[in-house]
Design a protein around this ligand. Structure first.
Ligand code: PGA
Length: 247
């Protein structure tokens, strides 16, 4: 699985151009699930642009409530008519908008009710890693964010070390694999046998020169790509590299 997180980039017009270029560049017989996540305002146009292709569309966030007096917010019910995926708990939202684990948890549960698959992001800060608390921090985040989750819920989990996002300093494949193995165990406690089917994605400065080394790791099933997903040619090559790993 490969997910492109466009963040707060593109206008409606350039989003449609980018999505159309990715659609043209992706071969029909890829093995990976491909998801692109444009800003809210482009979700409808981008969904139309990729219709009939292997590319699915996701939102970058949503609110936990179904409707009501939440000015500026978008609910899972609204998204369900447009897209199949939603990124939840991205570290930029946790950091800049103070999103708590409880709020992320409520969103995960609301996504399930609406039939949208959350791509849940977890990851430790540099201080957490340096003090040897990375595994504890990330597994507690996962437990808190998936509290009360149904055993048959569809979900993908992205491990994104905060210090690796947008910095060009990616985690080494060994470090990423070590965390993924711990996440897989934690998921087994929550979901039983289904833990083996949950896509675990690595995110944080993924690019053309490092993606294959992540995909070669046992517990890494894909990538969540930020800046490198904003160039259609690069993203199509990343898709091909993810797909050729045979996962
Ligand atoms: P990056 O972002 O690939 O630009 O590091 C990843 C993400 O934030 O999802």
């Amino acid at each position: 699985m490969i997910v492109g997180n466009w963040k707060m980039n593109t206008t409606v017009e350039s989003a449609v151009e980018l999505a159309s270029a990715v659609k043209r560049g992706v071969s029909e017989d890829i093995a990976s699930d491909v998801v692109i996540c444009p800003p809210y305002v482009s979700l409808v146009s981008v969904s139309e642009a990729v219709r009939g292709s292997r590319i699915a569309v996701g939102a970058q966030n949503m609110h936990s409530e179904t409707n009501g007096a939440f000015t500026g917010e978008i609910s899972a019910e609204m998204l369900a008519q447009i897209c199949r995926f939603v990124i939840l708990g991205h570290s930029e939202r946790r950091t800049y908008l103070s999103e708590s684990d409880e709020f992320v948890n409520a969103k995960v549960l609301a996504a399930k009710v609406a039939g949208i698959t959350p791509i849940l992001c977890v990851g430790e800060s540099l201080a957490d890693r340096q003090s040897g608390r990375a595994v504890d921090v990330v597994t507690s985040q996962l437990d808190a964010n998936l509290n009360g989750i149904d055993r048959n819920a569809n979900i993908a989990v992205a491990y994104e070390p905060v210090w690796a996002i947008g910095t060009g300093e990616s985690a080494s494949p060994d470090v990423a694999q070590e965390m993924m193995a711990r996440l897989r165990l934690a998921l087994a406690d929550l979901l039983g046998d289904r833990a083996t089917d949950i896509p675990l994605l690595y995110g944080g400065s993924v690019n053309l020169s490092n993606i294959a080394s992540y995909m070669a790791e046992k517990d890494i099933d894909g990538a969540l790509v930020g800046s490198a997903s904003l160039d259609a040619d690069t993203f199509c090559q990343l898709i091909a590299l993810t797909s050729s790993s045979g996962r």
